[in-house]
Design a protein around this ligand. Structure first.
Ligand code: ZN
Ligand code: ZN
Length: 466
């Protein structure tokens, strides 16, 4: 029995690990690599194994860095089942189509330039048609139910508390008298995140594969999230400004809407109009609504018991239509505009930034991770001048960064999680899904808890699961 690491090792994207049990291979996640164009492109197009040899795949959650290369897997000959929770499957149906749309647009753009230079056209990594084919392979399972994966392997999902439908995977594998329980955390959330249940603690494992995104960093306490949000909104409203929020469509947008609804209910913010200006966010919110069985106790107490919609209230409008989106530019009164993309690299958020960045009454509220070399990162760093659609704008709007909304466990949460495992039984811990410094920091932290054999695998590394 072996495990081989193919992605999201010493980095955070392209999650992909293969467990081999005798003749059978089980794939954990099939994520898209993101980052420098050429390098990502190369990794995404060339899967590091023969998809026909994979007996089955298990998907931890719907984020593109975990699910985004599934269409390539199927296109290149994978014939097995893809196991996921129901909510993950539903989110994937929207997100993979959106990803295909981006791939198609990308190829179009490249081909326009290639034509001018007399070069050969490129094919998109995958198309919407490929996504439709891939979705036929999904098999949904509830949390905490064992299911058959392939001969000698069964699995169950337990709560990961990271995004809707996110799961840790518990695998029981048997081969020639050897029996191993392997736990894969996927991405772990934090206790007390709005809407979602807290991550489950697992006690028994022979091997653990754990994420390390914030292996060496701490978040602000989550209890402060609403207070800080209320302060920003009140301050901006008092000076007659607008609040512009770039936010990811899955998770962050719904959490924000939930928090705004809660603050409104408690009378802690004025009755400002709130606009969620993103077709993708609007569609994803619909998926949240149909999975109310996954919400935590607090959400039930606050909203569901009274038949209230956590994601809808009087002053809130979801916008799909482009004309309606443009009409927001003419609004003079204070309001809150939540729009995608999260890192300000594309999408409607760019129009809102362009129109509002020059007014000192306004606030740009950053609630998510911003990668290097993105407009979002420049805003976080409070640059005086930024380029939007190729033109330079002087930033006069206030920039506020709130990191209380992170959907990832921080160092404390991760160590607390690991501390629950039986040290006698644990044979090995693999730290993945983090930048190198974060992964190493977690390795050291876990060792100091008294666990042996804690490693940070590199891409392509194989380990025996004895
Ligand atoms: Zn994730
Ligand atoms: Zn991830």
């Amino acid at each position: 029995m072996t495990i081989q690491f193919h992605g999201a090792v010493r980095t955070v994207t392209g999650s992909m690990h293969v467990i081999t049990i005798g003749e059978r291979k089980v794939l954990l996640d099939c994520g898209l690599f993101q980052g420098r164009r050429k390098e990502a492109e190369e990794k995404n197009r060339n899967l590091p194994f023969n998809p026909r040899e994979i007996a089955a795949m298990i998907l931890s959650h719907a984020h593109i860095d975990h699910s985004g290369n599934i269409p390539s897997l199927v296109k290149q000959g994978f014939e097995g089942n893809i196991f996921a929770t129901f909510a993950t499957r539903d989110l994937c149906s929207i997100m993979l189509l959106d990803s295909a749309h981006i791939q198609e647009k990308d190829a179009e753009y490249v081909n326009k330039r290639h034509r001018k230079k007399g070069l050969m056209p490129v094919e998109p990594l995958y198309t919407k048609e490929d996504v439709v084919d891939a979705l036929q392979h999904f098999v949904g399972h509830s949390y905490n139910r064992w299911f058959f994966v392939t001969n000698g392997v069964k699995a169950k999902f337990v709560e990961a508390g990271h995004i809707l439908g996110s799961a840790q995977v518990i695998l029981e594998a048997e081969e020639a008298g050897l029996h191993n329980r392997i736990v894969f955390t996927g991405d772990l959330g934090r206790p007390k995140l709005p809407i979602l249940r807290d991550p489950a603690h697992v006690k028994e494992a022979d091997y653990l594969i754990i994420e390390s995104t914030y292996g060496g960093r701490y978040h602000d306490p989550i209890d402060q999230a609403n207070q800080k949000l209320a302060e920003v909104i009140n301050r901006t409203a008092q000076r007659g400004g607008k609040i512009i929020v770039p936010a990811f469509s899955v998770g962050r947008t719904q959490e924000l809407v939930y928090s705004l609804h809660q603050l409104r209910k408690e009378g802690r913010i004025p009755a400002l109009p709130v606009y969620v200006d993103s077709p993708l966010s609007t569609n994803v919110t619909e998926i949240f609504r149909v999975h109310s069985d996954l919400f935590d106790r607090e959400t039930y107490e606050l909203f569901l018991r009274e038949h209230e919609d956590p994601f809808g209230f009087g002053m809130l409008e979801y916008i799909r239509d482009v004309e309606r989106s443009k009409a927001l530019n003419d609004k003079r009164e204070p309001c809150i505009i939540i729009s995608a993309s999260g890192m300000c690299e594309a999408g409607r958020i760019l129009h809102h930034l362009k129109n509002n960045i020059g007014d000192p009454r306004n606030t740009i509220l950053i609630v998510g991770y911003m990668a290097h070399n993105t407009l979002g990162r420049k805003l976080v760093e409070k640059w005086e001048k930024v380029r939007i659609f190729g033109e330079e704008y002087v930033r006069k709007a206030e920039v506020v960064v709130l990191n209380t909304f992170s959907a990832h466990a921080d160092r404390n949460d991760l160590l607390e999680y690991v501390d629950h495992f039986d040290r006698q039984r644990m044979k090995g811990i693999f730290c993945v899904h983090g930048d190198e410094d974060q992964t190493y920091a977690l390795v050291e932290g876990i060792k100091s808890l008294g666990f042996d054999h804690v490693v940070a695998p590199e891409r392509g590394d194989t380990f025996d699961l004895a």
